[in-house]
Design a protein around this ligand. Structure first.
Ligand code: F6R
Length: 257
């Protein structure tokens, strides 16, 4: 099962995630990081920068990209990651890979992205957020657990959740290109973070519910190496919270996060 750690706040989660990432990057030749966007990973990127971590020599693959935004749009995930990851962590911008969501590139964008991940040697650590509807990447409920990178339609719920980054919900694109659940499962280690009461139901369903395409985040139960970092609010519906606390309080020093 996943290691579930219930932390005080986003900053503590960010520090733990950053430390786990730094440890893995340090022992990996040509490391490959899988990166999420949205609010959730921000404290991790901040903590990496605060720890003086540089991502020189690291290749990063984004989970997803909106379709239909003009190139360079400030809310395109490429632009977000250039601001929040590339600049503060000294990454070579060419080492940040995002799915090609341009009109000319869409027809084979998934195949090309999958090939690029394969050629880079696969993702060593994948950072994940989770949507209020249980999505990871932009794999909305019903996505095949074996899916690969492809074009998806966002749910109205996801568009409403993401409207805060745009002037109105109508400006949130309807389509995206996202790594599939099968693609995410191929990463060597997953770090899923979630904060706030709004995520509590999705977290409980993903961590403790049945594995189901109805809750795409439940894919984590099929993965042998997963860390889940949640604040009290996001962990408030976990049936086994006491056990997770006990396990973490008694974590042996040889067992890295
Ligand atoms: C973003 C992504 C999504 C988000 C999820 C949560 O690249 O893949 O799965 O992680 O929508 O979004 P926030 O973090 O904004 O609550």
């Amino acid at each position: 099962m996943a290691e579930v750690v219930i932390v005080r706040d986003q900053e503590e989660a960010g520090r733990l995630a950053a430390a786990a990432i730094a440890r893995r990057l340090a022992v990996t030749e040509n490391p490959v990081l899988g990166v999420a966007t949205g609010s959730t990973p921000e404290s991790t990127y901040r903590a990496l920068a605060a720890a003086g971590q540089r991502l020189t020599g690291v290749t990063a693959f984004a989970l997803d990209e909106y379709v239909g935004l003009p190139a360079g749009h400030p809310e395109s995930y490429r632009a977000v990651l250039e601001r929040e990851l590339v600049a503060p962590l000294g990454m070579d911008p060419d080492m940040l890979r995002t799915p090609d969501a341009s009109p000319e590139g869409l027809h084979d964008t998934g195949e090309r992205y999958e090939a690029a991940i394969r050629e880079a040697g696969g993702v060593d650590v994948q950072i994940l957020g989770i949507g209020t509807d249980g999505h990871i990447g932009f794999n909305e409920p019903g996505s095949s657990l074996a899916s690969r990178t492809r074009i998806k339609t966002l749910t109205q719920q996801t568009r409403e959740d993401n409207a805060r980054f745009f002037d109105s919900v109508d400006d949130v694109p309807i389509h995206c290109v996202t790594q599939g659940l099968g693609t995410i499962r191929d990463a060597r280690h997953l770090v899923l973070l979630a904060f706030g009461e709004g995520k509590a139901e999705a977290v409980a369903a993903a961590v403790e519910g049945p594995v189901s395409s109805g809750v795409p985040g439940s894919l984590i139960q099929l993965h042998p190496s997963v860390t889940v970092l949640v604040d009290e609010a996001a962990g408030s519906r976990l049936a086994h919270a006491d056990y997770y606390r006990l396990a973490y309080a008694n974590k042996p020093s040889w067992q890295a996060l």
